[in-house]
Design a protein around this ligand. Structure first.
Ligand SMILES: [Fe+2]
Length: 478
């Protein structure tokens, strides 16, 4: 029995346990290897950390309360803090000593009356963390952002983005930076009798405006979008809510349970002119997508690279892992959509290496990139967790050397000083070492992803598997 328990401890399930411990005062961490001296800034990571609310476990990976981790690099030293985002939801549930609200894949708690009362979602602030115009924002896709102090990680409050986000408004967790102007673009899906996508622009100075609204004739799940120098692009895959989602509206079913995969619809792509709001619609075959890697203009054509799976089996994986069960879903592959000016869509797979959590070098945002970084599968692993770089000239990939008990998340590329190619990045990622029972920060050389990490920084605990993170240069921080 003991042997069986140990086997369970040392595998991926460790990454789906709750972490309640907060280290609010920075602690200095030991560094194994040599940190690049130019790394001067903070790696922010976010993800669900409270999967069990007073003994009541969420059914879905996306549901737990968000915790932010800040790993500050300075002069070869590393300091670490982590805190929950003190959302209204978490404070209410802490005060009540029980779970109240639902999440993406968990319905609200309690009986039929309580579920109706608490049917509107409340932000878990667990999906992405971005720093823009002096503000550190914890993002979730079905509500407003929560603002944090970038140094102490204390929660400042909910942010209405210059007043454009009313109480019920949502903004996605995947804003895009337009490097030419310093503006941050984002969108929110407003579900209802007339579902629409709102496109927002936040200037470099932090002023947000609603650019345009895109009415939809169905209610798809939209997690991410793409930005080119002239357009915003929405890829609307055929997974959507029913026209009148009664079970969702009455708290009998979660949002995720209400979604229906209808491949016969195909995938609709809508491009929106950033300047005029003019829209153009395209159609291609069915696939499911969570993340775009990057996009750009080629004359009047638009190129969008994204991760696509052939069916919706991954939607089940997110429940199964929370129940501690192995599950093999269809793999995501890097896919290029070229939207032709004559209305055609060309679609091709860019690499045979499965990839999710795609990232490109900062220098390549909104312009042609030569490589995409992301996470692929370890040998024999059922779970994404190995940093990889895919070179698009020939589709070849280089993959980090990992042991079966080491599982990495999204790699964050940090541009090297004076970089003149997309290879010249450091890749920062969190790695669960299930055997050692801890999470580590790995620093990999993007130019040689297969080489051992140049530095490893063990953290004081296991960080539950999270979603996204970003690097912020020290010179940008207060
Ligand atoms: Fe995401």
């Amino acid at each position: 029995m003991l042997v069986e328990d140990r086997r369970t401890e040392a595998d991926w399930r460790l990454g789906f346990r709750s972490l309640e411990a907060e280290i609010g005062d920075g602690v200095e961490l030991a560094v194994e290897g040599t940190l690049p001296s130019e790394l001067d800034g903070t790696l922010y990571r976010i993800g669900p950390a409270r999967h069990d609310v007073y003994g009541d476990r969420y059914r879905h990976w996306f549901d737990g309360d968000g915790m932010v981790h800040a790993v500050r690099f300075s002069g070869g030293r590393v300091e670490y803090r982590n805190r929950f985002v003190a959302t209204d939801k978490k404070r209410e549930e802490d005060a009540a000593g029980r779970r109240i609200y639902g999440g993406f894949g968990t319905r609200p708690a309690g009986g039929p009356v309580a579920r109706v009362r608490n049917v509107l979602p409340k932000s878990a602030a667990n999906t992405n963390i971005v720093f823009h115009a002096g503000k550190l924002l914890a993002l979730w896709e079905a509500g407003r952002p929560w603002r944090l102090d970038p140094v102490t990680l204390e929660t400042v409050g909910e942010d209405d983005m210059s007043g454009v986000l009313g109480v019920r408004k949502a903004i996605s967790a995947h804003p895009k930076l337009d490097r030419a102007t310093g503006a941050m673009w984002n969108f929110g899906v407003d579900y209802g009798p007339r579902t629409a996508i709102s496109l927002y622009r936040t200037s470099a100075e932090g002023e947000t405006v609603l650019v345009t609204k895109v009415p939809l004739d169905f209610a798809p799940m939209v997690h991410d979008f793409a930005l080119t120098p002239t357009k915003a692009v929405f890829v609307l895959h055929p997974i959507s809510l029913p026209r009148v989602p009664v079970a969702l509206m009455t708290g009998r079913q979660s949002f995720g349970d209400s979604l229906r995969w209808e491949p016969e619809r195909g995938t609709v792509i809508v491009s929106v002119d950033r300047a005029t709001g003019e829209r153009r619609s395209y159609k291609t075959g069915p696939f499911l997508t969570f993340h775009t890697a990057n996009a750009w203009d080629e004359g009047d054509d638009v190129v969008v690279d994204l991760c696509a799976t052939e069916d919706d089996s991954v939607m089940k994986l997110f429940y199964e892992v929370m129940a501690g069960r192995d599950f093999v879903a269809s793999h995501p592959y890097l896919t290029r959509l070229t939207l032709r000016s004559d209305g055609r869509v060309e679609q091709r797979r860019l690499s045979d290496t499965p990839i999710e959590f795609p990232r490109v070098a900062g220098r390549a945002l909104c312009r042609p990139h030569t490589r995409i970084y992301g996470a692929t599968f370890n040998d024999g692993a059922r779970f994404l967790g190995t940093p990889a770089a895919v070179d698009l000239a020939n589709g070849s990939s280089s993959v980090a050397t990992m042991k079966a008990h080491q599982i990495a998340g999204e790699p964050v590329p940090v541009t090297k000083a004076g970089a003149s190619s997309d290879d010249e990045v450091w890749l920062l990622t969190l790695v669960l070492d299930a055997r050692a029972g801890r999470t580590e920060v790995w620093v990999l050389d993007g130019a040689d992803v297969a080489a051992p990490p140049v530095a490893v920084v063990p953290l004081p605990h296991v960080v539950p598997f999270g979603f996204h993170g970003n690097w912020v240069k020290a010179s940008a921080l207060p």
